[in-house]
Design a binder for this molecule. Structure first.
Ligand code: CU
Length: 459
């Protein structure tokens, strides 16, 4: 893990190395130290040690990039490079990202800051960075060919502009986007308001929605996939690998989400209502907000939700498209509910001994089934809660609300301890007999059997 202290020490150490190695002092002095992250764990908020004060965000399964101050300019160094990202324990993906991870680090600045970003390309092809949603000079907008030349492999470009508008932003390449975004190149950007009291919250979580198509048993995403992705992720992590968002009871919580997938995601919070306080255009005026429990986020959009975490518990927060809460294995599985597969299994297992039938009474058996999976493949619906299998993968995590949490305590408090009498329970009594409509087939009438089409290309 890299701390700000390490970063600053590293920065001064670079100055020492410089005279020893006799590298061009101009070149070395111009480039800030490269700070990299080795773990996909959620890092604690980066408290600003210089510059204007602000209330830092917490990046889900991510971190914030430290900066150095250079004559009043905040200098950051992003390195586009191949990375190995653990998407959940048991599965690593070979992606492209920034500074050791995909997504890259969150960049946090304050309204009015002068920002200089050095972008070094260690990829095998040219790249660029587009600062999605920012007001900036046209030549800093990062569109290869249109506003700048591509950053060739081994080269470093400098972007410089004033962070004018406070709000929620993203960064991503505008060069061979189909490849570079499918490989995981993206990051979050927050411009904090000049007045830290403006819309202050107790906890401010950020993450990007992204998606990958990685065949079971393989490591590298298929970059030509247009819609039929099989790993739906928050910040290149999938359930059960996504950190919980931890909050104290009564905290005002903000969750900022950017969507860099190819489809919309109706994000749904359990147990609370939220309001959308921010969009791509900035903060929404209070009189334009209304309560929601689900808000759709279209492709390329950002949304900021806020709510008072007043109900303790482990509350689900997930995309409401149910195939987005499942992991790889492919979704091209025919619906077999009610189809007797026993004779089929006998016949196939004589050819393929490992064959297993699926889905005769729904897919819930996938939550616990020990399938013979290829290496580096996550079960479709894993994740255990205190009452058993959660049956979710993909875009799923929890908001864990606890009484009396310290203000800066973000560690997983474990499973919620429910007060006595507040958990749904099984009823033990004689049930009235079940009345079912009976089929009245006779003679050569044929029962109609329908099977769902297996393609879901239209998201
Ligand atoms: Cu979704």
């Amino acid at each position: 893990m890299v701390t700000r202290r390490n970063f600053l020490l590293g920065a001064s150490a670079a100055g020492v190395a410089l005279s020893a190695a006799k590298v061009s002092s101009v070149a070395m002095a111009a480039l800030p130290q490269i700070v990299s992250m080795e773990t996909p764990d959620t890092q604690p908020p980066l408290m600003p040690e210089n510059g204007r004060p602000y209330n830092p965000v917490v990046t889900l399964n991510g971190w914030t990039l430290p900066w150095r101050m250079n004559n009043g300019v905040k200098e950051f160094h992003l390195v586009a490079e191949p990375v190995v990202r653990e998407m959940a324990p048991g599965m690593k993906a070979h992606l492209w990202g920034y500074n050791g991870q995909s997504p890259g680090p969150t960049i946090e600045v304050v309204e009015g800051d002068r920002v200089r970003i050095f972008v070094t390309n260690r990829l095998p092809e040219h790249t660029s960075i587009h600062w999605h949603g920012q007001r900036l000079p046209n030549g800093m907008d990062g569109v290869t060919g249109l506003t700048q030349a591509g950053i060739n492999p081994g080269k470093t470009f400098v972007y410089e502009f004033e962070a004018k508008r406070p709000g929620t932003f993203m960064y991503h390449p505008h060069a061979d986007e189909m490849t570079q975004m499918a490989m995981g190149m993206m990051g979050f950007w927050v411009t904090h308001p000049k007045n830290p009291k403006f819309m202050a919250v107790d906890r401010d979580f950020v993450f990007l929605l992204n998606s990958f198509d990685i065949d079971p048993g393989s490591y590298t995403p298929k970059i030509t996939t247009m819609l039929d992705f099989n790993l739906w992720a928050f910040n290149s992590r999938v359930a059960p690998g996504i950190s919980p968002m931890v909050a104290g009871q009564g905290d005002r919580v903000r969750i900022r989400v950017g969507n860099l997938t190819m489809t919309n995601h109706p994000m749904h919070l359990h147990g609370h209502e939220f309001v959308v306080v921010g969009t791509d255009g900035g903060w929404t005026p209070p009189n334009s907000r209304w309560p929601e429990v689900t808000a759709d986020i279209a492709v390329g959009q950002m949304r900021a939700f806020e709510f008072i975490a007043d109900e303790p518990g482990d509350w689900a927060f997930h995309c409401h498209k149910s195939h987005h809460t499942m992991n790889a294995m492919g979704h091209d599985v025919p619906t077999m509910i009610g189809v007797d597969q026993s004779k089929l299994v006998d016949r196939i297992t004589s050819l393929i001994p490992d064959y297993m039938s699926m889905g005769e009474s729904g897919m819930a058996d996938m939550e616990t089934m020990e399938m013979p999976l290829p290496d580096n493949t996550l079960p479709m619906m894993s994740g255990q809660g205190q009452f058993g299998g959660i049956g979710m993968g993909g875009m799923f995590t929890t908001v864990k609300i606890r009484e009396g949490l310290a203000r800066n305590d973000y560690k997983d408090p474990g499973a919620y301890q429910h007060p006595v009498g507040t958990v749904a329970y099984e009823m033990n009594s004689e049930l009235p007999p079940v009345q079912r409509q009976t089929a009245t087939l006779s003679g050569d009438e044929i029962e109609f059997k329908a099977r769902k089409p297996v393609s879901h290309g239209e998201h």
